[in-house]
Design a protein around this ligand. Sequence first.
Ligand SMILES: [Zn+2]
Ligand SMILES: [Zn+2]
Length: 340
Amino acid sequence: MNALVVEPGHAGSACITDVSIREEGVPVRVLEVGVCGTDREITHGLFGVAPDGEDRLVLGHEMIGVVERDGHGFARGDLVTATVRRSCGRCPACAQGSPDGCLTGDYLERGITRLHGFARELVGEDPAQLVAVPFELREIGVLVEPAADCVRALRHASAIGGRLPREVRRALVTGAGTIGTIVTCLLRLDGVEVVTASLEPSSPVVEATGAEYVATTRLSELGRFDLVVECAGDAHLTAAALRLLDRSGVACILGIDGRDQTVPVDGRTLGVDFVLENRVLFGSVNARRGDWDAAVSTLDSVRRRWPGALESLVALRVPLDRFDEALAFRGGKAALVLSE
Ligand SMILES: [Zn+2]
Ligand SMILES: [Zn+2]
C-alpha cells in the first residue's frame, strides 16, 4: 500500500512509496491524517526515529479512520482515532498509564519515534490504543490528537494552580494556530475570559468563541492573567508572558521553539515576582488515555456551542501525493485524505 515515508535525519527525503507493514490488532482503514509542525520538523530532518532495524518511518500521528472488521470490542464501520505515545515498558509513569510523563524517554510514538505512523491506507492497531469517535466528529476527527494535548496541558495547569485556593478568571493564549485556537475554545467553554494574541490579522474561529483577539505587539497593554498558555512556539513570547502573570498565576508552554538563541528574561520578574506571587512556569507535551477520551467529548461540546467553527479550522484537504502542499499550509489544519 502507498504511504508517506521519510528517512529520519535526512531533509527532503519525504516521498510516497509502497510499503508492507505487518501489524496485529484491529484493522483500521485510514480516512484522514492531519499534519502539524512536528511532521514539518521530521521532513526537515530535525526530528523522528525509524523503527528498530529500519531506515524509514511512515509519517502521520493525527488520524481518523474506520474499523475494518468486527472484534476486540469494535464493530466494522466504527469511527476511531488512536493514541500517539506508547509505554517504554519499564518506568512508573508508563506503568500507571501515563506515557506522556515517561521517565526514561524510551517511549514509542506513532509517526514520530520508532513506530510507523498513520499516513497509509491500512493500519493494524492495538485495541487498547484506539479511541472511539462519534460520527458527528467525522469532519474534525484529525483535531482529536491536538485537542488531547490541549486537554492535558489545561489539566496540568489546573492541578498545579489547584495547590492554592485561586480562580482562573482571565487567560492569555499566545498563538492562534490549531493548538492556540483549540485552547481558546476549551477555556471559553469553561467560561474563562480569554485574550488570544497572534501575528495573524484575525481569526474568525477565535472571535466566534467571544475571546478577544489582539496582535502580539500589544502584549504589554493587556493587564495581568491568571493563566497563560504559549501556543505560538516562540520563546520570546514565553519570556514576555512571564511579566503578565497575576498572583498565583500559572504559565504553560505548549509550543516548541527549537531556534538556537538567547531569550532575555526580566531579572526582577523571575527573581522577585515569581517568588513573592507564587507564580509557576511549566511545559506540557502529549496526552494520556483519559485526555483522549476527554478531548472527544470536549470537541463535541465545542462543536455544539459554536457550530461550524472547528470545521472551518480544518482548512485544507489534499490527497496523499500532495503532501508538500499540506506541509507548507499555514492557514489552519491541513489534512491528507487517504480514503473517502
Ligand atoms: Zn501533531
Ligand atoms: Zn516510560
